[in-house]
Design a protein around this ligand. Structure first.
Ligand SMILES: Nc1nc2c(ncn2[C@@H]2O[C@H](COP(=O)(O)OP(=O)(O)O)[C@@H](O)[C@H]2O)c(=O)[nH]1
Ligand SMILES: [Mg+2]
Length: 360
C-alpha cells in the first residue's frame, strides 16, 4: 500500500497529462507513491490518455466520473479512493510546482503538521506572471477568507496542498462538493485537528488548455465564504439571520399582494398565509445559510420547522410586549416599535440557535 498519494483533478487537460506524469516520476522517485487522476469525462481525450498510461504504469490510477462536475467533489472522491496516509492535491496544468511535493509530504511525516500548504504568499513564494486584475482579486479573496479561518494560513485559496488522511476522513462529509476551494473549506471546518505548515512556491503560467475558473465558480465561492464567515463570527451570523428576516418581509408583501389582488382573498386570510410564507422562506434560508453547519434534513427538517414557527411566534409576542410597554412609557411610536423589533429578532435568533439548530 503506497504511503503517499497525489490526487489530480482533470477537466480537458490532455496536453498536460504526460508532462505531469513525468514530473511526478522525477520528483517522487524514491518514495512509495501513487497518483490518482480524477477526470470528469473530458471530451478532449484526457481520460483515454489516462487509461493508456494507467495500463502501463502501476503508480498511475485514474477515475472517470460520468455526468458530474466539480473540482472539490473530484478531489474528495480521489482522496477517498486511496488508503495512503499522506495525500496531496495538485492541479494537472503544471501551474503547481511538483518539485515541492516531497517537502509537503515531509512536513506531514516528520513534524506535527496535519496540513501542508503550497503557498504563494509566504517566504519566497510568488504568483508568477498573473496580470494585475487576477493578482488583486486573489489578494482580496485571500484577505476575506482569512476572517473565516480556524488555523492561520497565508494562502488558504491554494489548490496545492497535502493533508494527513485523518483530516479528509473527518471532513469529507462536510465539504461543499460543488466548490472550487477545497483547502479553504477544510481550514474552516470546525472540530478538526488543523496544524498548518506552509511551503513556499511560485505559481507557473498555464501553457496548454484553459482555466475553468468562471463566474459561476466565483459565485459558488462567494456563497461558501458568506456561510463560513457567518459561522466563524457570531455577529456576522446574527447579521445574516436579520438579513434573512428582512428578505422575509419582502416575501410577506409579495404573497400578501398576490392573495389580495390576484386571488381576491380576505385580508385576514391573506395576512395569515403571507405570514406563513415568510416564516417558511426564512426557515429554509436560515437552514441553508445561517445555520448551514447544522443543516436539518428529513424528519429533523419537519420538526425544526415546527419549532422555528413557535420561536417566531414567541419572538413576535416579545416584540409587541416591549413595544407596547415603551409606548405606554411615552416613547415615540417609532422608537418603541424599533426596540420591539430588535428585541424580537434577538429572541428569535437565540431561540432558533438553541432549540431549532441546537448550535451552542
Ligand atoms: N475533475 C474535475 N477537474 C476540474 C474541474 N474544474 C477544474 N478542474 C481541474 O482542476 C484544476 C484547477 O483548475 P484550473 O482551471 O487550472 O483553475 P485555476 O488554476 O484557478 O485557473 C485543473 O487541473 C483542472 O483541470 C471539474 O469540474 N472537475
Ligand atoms: Mg490552474
Amino acid at each position: 500500500m503506497p504511503q503517499y498519494a497525489v490526487v489530480i483533478p482533470t477537466l480537458n487537460e490532455r496536453d498536460n497529462i504526460l508532462p505531469t506524469v513525468e514530473r511526478l516520476e522525477n520528483v517522487l522517485g524514491s518514495l512509495d507513491w501513487e497518483a490518482i487522476f480524477v477526470d470528469d469525462d473530458s471530451g478532449d481525450g484526457t481520460w483515454q490518455l489516462l487509461l493508456s498510461i494507467a495500463r502501463t504504469k502501476r503508480r498511475i490510477r485514474y477515475i472517470r466520473r460520468l455526468g458530474r462536475r466539480g473540482l472539490s467533489s473530484a478531489c474528495v472522491e480521489g482522496m477517498l479512493s486511496t488508503s495512503a496516509t499522506y495525500i496531496a492535491v495538485m492541479d494537472a496544468d503544471l501551474q503547481h510546482d511538483a518539485a515541492i511535493l516531497p517537502a509537503l509530504f515531509a512536513a506531514l511525516a516528520s513534524s506535527d503538521a496535519t496540513v501542508a500548504v503550497g503557498s504563494r504568499y509566504s517566504g519566497q513564494g510568488g504568483i508568477g506572471q498573473w496580470d494585475k486584475t487576477r493578482a488583486r482579486m486573489s489578494r482580496f479573496a485571500t484577505a476575506l477568507a482569512a476572517s473565516a479561518l480556524l488555523a492561520p494560513c497565508t494562502d488558504p485559496m491554494s489548490g496545492f496542498f497535502a493533508i494527513h488522511r485523518r483530516i479528509i476522513d473527518k471532513t469529507a462529509g462536510d465539504i461543499f462538493l460543488s466548490g472550487f476551494k477545497i483547502l479553504f473549506d477544510i481550514l474552516t471546518t470546525p472540530g478538526v485537528d488543523l496544524r498548518v505548515k506552509e511551503i513556499p512556491y511560485t505559481f507557473n503560467a498555464r501553457i496548454h488548455g484553459d482555466t475553468k475558473l468562471n463566474t459561476s465558480v466565483m459565485i459558488d465561492f462567494a456563497w461558501l465564504l458568506i456561510k463560513k464567515i457567518c459561522h466563524r463570527l457570531p455577529i456576522a451570523n446574527f447579521a445574516m439571520f436579520c438579513f434573512v428576516g428582512l428578505s422575509g418581509v419582502g416575501v410577506h408583501f409579495a404573497a400578501l399582494y398576490l392573495l389580495l389582488h390576484v386571488f381576491a382573498q380576505s385580508f385576514v386570510m391573506s395576512q395569515s398565509i403571507a405570514t406563513l410564507c415568510a416564516m417558511t422562506s426564512n426557515y429554509i434560508l436560515n437552514n441553508k445559510i445561517t445555520f448551514f453547519s447544522n443543516e436539518l434534513r428529513g424528519m429533523s427538517f419537519v420538526k425544526g420547522y415546527f419549532f422555528f414557527c413557535l420561536a417566531c411566534t414567541f419572538g413576535a409576542c416579545v416584540n409587541v410586549a416591549i413595544a407596547q410597554s415603551l409606548h405606554t412609557a411615552s416613547f415615540s411610536w417609532f422608537s418603541a416599535a424599533a426596540a420591539g423589533i430588535v428585541a424580537g429578532a434577538a429572541i428569535n435568533y437565540i431561540t432558533s440557535k438553541l432549540f431549532v439548530w441546537k448550535s451552542i
